[in-house]
Ligand binder design. Structure first.
Ligand SMILES: [Ca+2]
Length: 347
């Protein structure tokens, strides 16, 4: 795997030492997961085969059945994980290892970009149609709460769904793992700049869970070492009915064992050699907003590849920063220790 989004600095060590920034969650909704809290309806849109954080995000969501109802998993293809068939294959491996392959819908999405696909949205078939139509269908599904769209790759599928059916904007909350806001660059963003521009242009609830390579204030700070994974993950999760062949070869019957294998085949980075679980952190702060700092700002414009402040823009978005690395990883490992599988959805 090529580590496209790996940039490291010594700043990372700050979070590794546990000098996390704890932020009060005053005035926000209580975390989900309590027995009396309603579960959030979530749809995860993933470039599952890129690096190794998507897989951990998927398992974390699928094992948080007390916090989430998972409507389904849609897939997109960024340049780091092969084409859409390879991305879907990895998502299916994780679903199978989580014993939910027949219980949670999995839909292939866009190989190409928003600008390439948009002119074809009203044709009988188009690149990414299964995922795009599924997002629209689930957004309109009768429910007492908005559907949380959790894109953890490029924004293409979500932007296409909004373009095809603008009526879903009032029925969803988009929480995107991406961008180094306010700085430019970032892997998910660069994989489809026009998709980001489109979502910024539509009046839809939009939250950006920042990445911020090399800085302690983004999800780049939510890092684990190979040693931590090796100690905490072996055998974790339910046991699959039959072995699953991993993307690096070998066969596995638990997600925990596959996690160890993924970490054995990835290049570590950082002052303390480690990997960030960017995508998992995004799912974690949906579960418990107190694990990061939430700021509402006028929606900026993305001009070229750089953000321009939207100081007078009446439309606002949310920016998430300052992740509580220790609390998020403690919950991740606790979830792996005692998984509560999400409820099956009628397929
Ligand atoms: Ca991803």
């Amino acid at each position: 795997m090529q580590a496209f989004r790996t940039v490291t600095t010594a700043l990372v060590t700050v979070s590794m030492l546990g000098v996390g920034v704890l932020v009060a969650g005053g005035g926000r909704a209580a975390p989900t997961g309590r027995d009396d809290a309603p579960r959030l309806r979530v749809l995860v849109d993933t470039d599952a085969n890129n690096e190794l954080d998507d897989q951990h995000a998927l398992a974390y969501v699928l094992f948080n059945g007390r916090s989430f109802d998972v409507e389904g998993v849609t897939v997109n293809a960024t340049r780091g994980g092969g084409d859409i068939t390879e991305q879907v294959a990895e998502a299916r491996r994780v679903l199978t290892l989580c014993t939910l392959q027949d219980k949670v819908p999995l839909k292939a999405g866009a190989n190409g970009s928003f600008t390439q696909i948009r002119p074809h949205l009203n044709e009988s078939t188009f690149d990414g149609m299964d995922a795009v139509d599924f997002i629209i269908e689930r957004a309109h599904a009768a429910a007492s709460s908005k559907l949380v769209l959790l894109p953890i790759g490029k924004l293409t599928n979500v932007a296409l769904a909004l373009a095809k059916d603008p009526g879903i904007a009032a029925k969803v909350r988009i929480v995107w793992l991406g961008s180094n806001y306010p700085d430019k660059g970032e892997y998910n963003q660069e994989n489809d700049l026009d998709a980001v521009r489109y979502v910024l242009s539509v009046n839809v609830p939009f939250e950006i869970v920042t990445v911020r390579y090399g800085k302690g204030t983004g999800t780049d700070a939510v890092r684990v070492t190979r040693d931590e994974i090796g100690k905490r993950m072996p055998g974790k999760g339910p046991r699959a009915a039959s072995p699953v062949t991993g993307r690096h070869g070998g066969t596995f019957t638990t997600f925990g064992d596959y996690s160890v294998n993924l970490f054995e085949h990835i290049k570590l980075d950082g002052a303390t050699p480690s990997r960030a679980l960017f995508d998992m952190a995004a799912a974690a702060i949906v579960k418990n907003p107190a694990w990061a700092r939430r700021e509402e700002i006028p929606a900026p414009a993305l001009v070229g590849d750089a953000y321009q402040p939207g100081t007078t823009n009446p439309r606002h978005i949310i920016i998430w920063t300052h992740f509580d690395r220790d609390a998020i990883l403690a919950d991740f490992f606790a979830t792996m220790d005692k998984p509560a599988l999400v409820s099956p959805r009628a397929m």
